[in-house]
Design a protein around this ligand. Sequence first.
Ligand code: PRP
Ligand code: URA
Length: 209
Amino acid sequence: MKNLTVVDHPLVQHKLTFLRDKNTGSQQFRALVAEIATLLCYETTRDLPLTDAVIETPLMKASTKVVAGRKQVVVPILRAGLGMVDGMLNLLPAAKVGHIGLYRDPETHEPVEYYCKLPDDLPERDVFVVDPMLATGGSAVDAITQIKARNPRHIKFVCIIAAPEGLKAFEAAHPDVPVITAAVDDCLNEHCYICPGLGDAGDRIFGTL
Ligand code: PRP
Ligand code: URA
């Protein structure tokens, strides 16, 4: 996939190891998801445009840079994407938050839509869609399609683990949307779970196992 960034920073890989571990409980799992989201956000925003600024340090005037006033919105795919919101907002405190509710039908693995609430001013905003897992890609593809219908300025998709099958489907549907992930795993199993993966992200975040 061309539009893919794999964030293999040592801190991300370290935290991902504990996230994958089946002995990690919900409290620690939630904290790790949030921390990894912050680190992914740092990479996701690497290309934000800057503009010139002049300030006074305690010593003298200085010509420097600030982010060029772009508005952002973080859009979690419910439920598991909620776990990444605070981590993203750590670095983007002024961002708005939209919500897209989707779940995978357990039989067909197709996404089922149940909620969509997005800010009205998407044409003025960069959108960061967040979901820890890109498995078949069905949920992410559907979410991005819903968002594109509102003409956002720009979209990126941020996840923690992606499967090769999901990346292929995503690229086929939305080749213009960059994907940022902490890992690309081996494959999907017969239930469309990512292997080795981390299990069911929503259940592990919310303790509904
Ligand atoms: C999980 C995950 C993604 C989706 C990925 O959500 O958080 O949204 O599956 O799978 P896909 O790429 O095959 O669509 P799930 O449907 O389990 O809902 P939940 O977050 O509410 O538990
Ligand atoms: N959703 C999850 O939470 N985990 C997977 O491995 C696949 C879909």
